[in-house]
Design a protein around this ligand. Structure first.
Ligand code: GLU
Length: 700
């Protein structure tokens, strides 16, 4: 049976392929002979198509005379009788002719396919005033079934048959398309079958003046029809095909073919095939498939020349696809490399949690759609091209209805795709949920649901100047745990960051106790005091701030919160430290001028040193930083020199720590000389270069 839209099989490019190239280059068309092409009726698409084909053929040196007809069956009968050399015909009728059935007394074995054309739709037009929604309801109705000898007539009989009706059970009338449309308008008939390319100008007319509507056979019916007559395809009639169509109609379809008798010389067939497939007038106007797409001789054989030509085209097409894919990958790689940092940054924090689920879903979607395309593209309009398959595949992945496949292979693919797709979707949802919980809910919970006065373990920046932006970037920039940052700054402060889920700005005066209480300073992880301006008078407010924080903590019976304060004038550093009292190293007073100045001097003496400092001070993933921790128990009672050698030699525990300084009673001793400190005590603090403070804890 002509059960499939033909398929192009790519075997190696054999001698036939070379032959066709030689023929293409050297052979001239057979001179003098005029070929007759049996076409269709004046109102159909076959006739104008045949006329256009004749014009194109003439340009390539082949003379064609077009003869009008009633349609497919008559065309093929004429071909068998020798009245026509070429014919336009529906694939179902051509198969009947080739195998000698359906009104053909004996097989027309000389029949050969030259080119598959478009899919014709079986339009079932119903009088607007009638409420007929099923083919079964056409019993006893007056129906135009096309001219006798047309393909339409055969299709009407088969479709009515599939609905359990014989031609005798309806009032069948053999009318041309034009007559059918006029009869629909005048109310002489109730329904009309028209098998034609879409859009058909006459059908456009009756839909436009609202004399008729298009009936959509239901899915079960189409399935039953395909079971009885497997050559039927599904064809979507789109709203873009007919301007007055309200919604897409899915109906049965058949493949239109250009066929010929096998006595046509090979060179002529070669010329025709090439001329038709490269003619933009034909391919665009009649929406013909690209050369050879869908051509095979699994049912009715192709002409040898046509087969070789299509094989070559398909091979070139696949090469084009291959080159296209390579180019796409190349451009994508260049783009990724070019914008790598941006993409990387995006992916690094949150991307990879979605990446795997995303890739999985993408693979299921594309892979499944391509499988569906393979299984369905010849029989199902929804999967006719890879693009349509991708769209239909997307629908299939989340529902098993809508773009339902017709073949067994397609259905199996759809079910697998549905199950895998559902798994992927759940996976993605789980990823989103955990992302939401981790990045939105947990910080909210940790930060007392962002109510500043209840926040815990947050950073407080008291005061604001341009350094703040850099500080926030460092605190939030890299892989550090994301804590809330609360900025306490006067309203007129410049360059305050915009509101962010982890950044809150509270307007107020940093030295005032109640403002500091509002940002819950005593529960903070640490406080950074910034000078609001470079005026030395700022230092007085900074010192007041230190005192206020100290007072709040002690009133609440809490440990003093660690404070780093910026002092404008280095002469005030001592005073600020005094204000901090016995802070056990929890008060850091930094004179920006001093640090800046001494760094400049040092860098001038040892070029490169500034980079060392700034990298040590920077928070970065996979980068050792300076950490401070209580003296690990394994270091207690040893000298600084001993712990240095122990760290350098003790590698079996894979803990890499480089001791730098000891803090004893608030005083820091960097790399203390042999007898400066004596034995290390449990109350001392250790500063060391290591990957994380955990390394120091692990030494205990
Ligand atoms: N397929 C129709 C038939 O064979 C003819 C369509 C047309 O002329 O466009 O009856």
């Amino acid at each position: 049976m002509l059960s499939k839209r033909p398929q192009m099989r790519l075997q190696g490019l054999g001698p036939g392929f070379l032959l066709v190239i030689l023929l293409a280059v050297f052979a001239a068309p057979a001179c003098g002979r005029v070929y007759t092409l049996a076409s269709g009726s004046a109102q159909g698409v076959y006739l104008p198509l045949a006329n256009d084909m004749a014009v194109v053929a003439r340009k390539s040196g082949v003379e064609i005379r077009v003869i009008p007809s009633e349609g497919s069956r008559q065309n093929l009968a004429w071909l068998a009788e020798g009245r026509a050399d070429l014919a336009l015909a529906q694939s179902d009728i051509a198969w009947n002719a080739y195998s000698g059935r359906g009104g053909f007394p004996k097989p027309v074995t000389s029949l050969r396919v030259i080119a598959p054309l478009y899919t014709e739709a079986i339009h079932i037009l119903i009088q607007r005033t009638l409420y007929i929604h099923r083919i079964e309801d056409l019993r006893g109705k007056r129906i135009a079934v096309g001219p006798a000898g047309s393909g339409t007539e055969t299709n009407a009989a088969q479709m009515l048959g599939a609905a359990g009706l014989t031609l005798a059970e309806v009032n069948a009338r053999h009318l041309s398309i034009e007559e059918s449309m006029a009869a629909l308008r005048s109310g002489e008939i109730d329904a009309a079958f028209v098998t034609s390319a879409v859009p058909s100008p006459l059908v456009t007319g009756v839909l436009a003046d609202r004399s008729a509507t298009l009936l959509e056979p239901d899915r079960d019916f189409l399935e039953r029809l395909r079971k009885i007559f497997p050559f039927y395809l599904t064809k979507n009639i789109e709203t873009s095909d007919y301007p007055h169509l309200d919604e897409q109609v899915t109906t049965a379809g058949v493949q239109a073919l250009l066929v010929g008798r096998d006595d046509i010389p090979a060179a002529t067939i070669g010329h025709l095939v090439r001329a038709f497939s490269v003619s933009p007038e034909l391919t665009a106007k009649y929406r013909l498939p690209s050369a050879g797409d869908g051509a095979s001789d699994s049912e009715i054989p192709l002409f040898e020349e046509a087969r070789s030509y299509y094989r070559l085209q398909s091979w070139l097409h696949q090469r084009k696809l291959f080159i296209g894919t390579v180019l796409f990958l190349l451009i994508a790689t260049i783009a990724v490399l070019r914008f790598q940092r941006g993409i990387w940054r995006l992916l690094r924090r949150d991307g990879d949690r979605f990446l795997h689920a995303g890739i999985y879903l993408f693979v299921v979607w594309v892979g499944g759609s391509l499988m569906l395309y393979r299984a369905e593209h010849r029989i199902n309009d929804n999967y006719a091209s890879p693009w349509k398959s991708l769209w239909s595949g997307l629908i299939t992945i989340y529902s098993l209805s809508g773009k339902e496949p017709l073949s067994l292979e397609g259905r199996v693919a759809a079910i697998i795709m549905f199950i895998l797709g559902l798994g992927g979707l759940l996976w993605l949802i789980e990823r989103f949920a955990s992302f939401y919980v981790e990045t939105k809910l947990l910080p909210l919970i940790r930060g007392g649901f962002a109510r500043v006065h209840k926040m815990k373990n947050h950073y407080v920046i008291a005061g604001w100047n341009e350094k703040g932006v850099g500080i926030i970037k460092q605190l939030h920039g890299e892989e550090l745990e994301h804590r809330h940052i609360v900025i306490l700054a006067p309203e007129q402060a410049k360059g305050l960051p915009r509101h962010h889920k982890l950044i809150q700005v509270v307007h107020g005066e940093r030295a005032y106790e109640d403002c500091l209480k509002e940002v819950n300073v005593s529960a903070a992880h640490s406080v950074i005091i910034l000078a609001d301006s470079a005026e030395p008078a700022e230092d007085a407010r900074t010192i007041l701030t230190i005192l206020a924080i100290r007072k709040i903590c002690s009133e609440q019976g809490l440990e003093p919160v660690p404070v780093s304060a910026e002092i404008v004038d280095s002469r005030n550093v001592k005073l600020a430290q005094y204000a901090g009292g016995e802070q056990d190293g929890r008060l850091e007073v930094v004179s920006s001028n001093d640090v800046g100045r001494s760094l400049l001097t040092q860098a001038a003496v040892h070029p490169g040193l500034f980079t060392v400092y700034s990298q040590l001070l920077e928070f970065k993933k996979n980068n050792s930083e300076i950490h401070r921790a209580p003296m690990p128990s394994s270091f207690v009672d040893k000298s600084f020199e001993e712990i240095l050698t122990q760290s350098a030699t003790n590698r079996e525990r894979k803990i890499y720590v480089m001791p730098i300084a000891i803090q004893r009673e608030g005083k820091i001793h960097i790399n203390p000389a042999r007898d400066a400190l004596g034995k290390l005590a449990a109350s001392d603090f250790l500063f060391a270069l290591c990957d994380s403070p955990k390394n120091l804890e692990n030494l205990s």
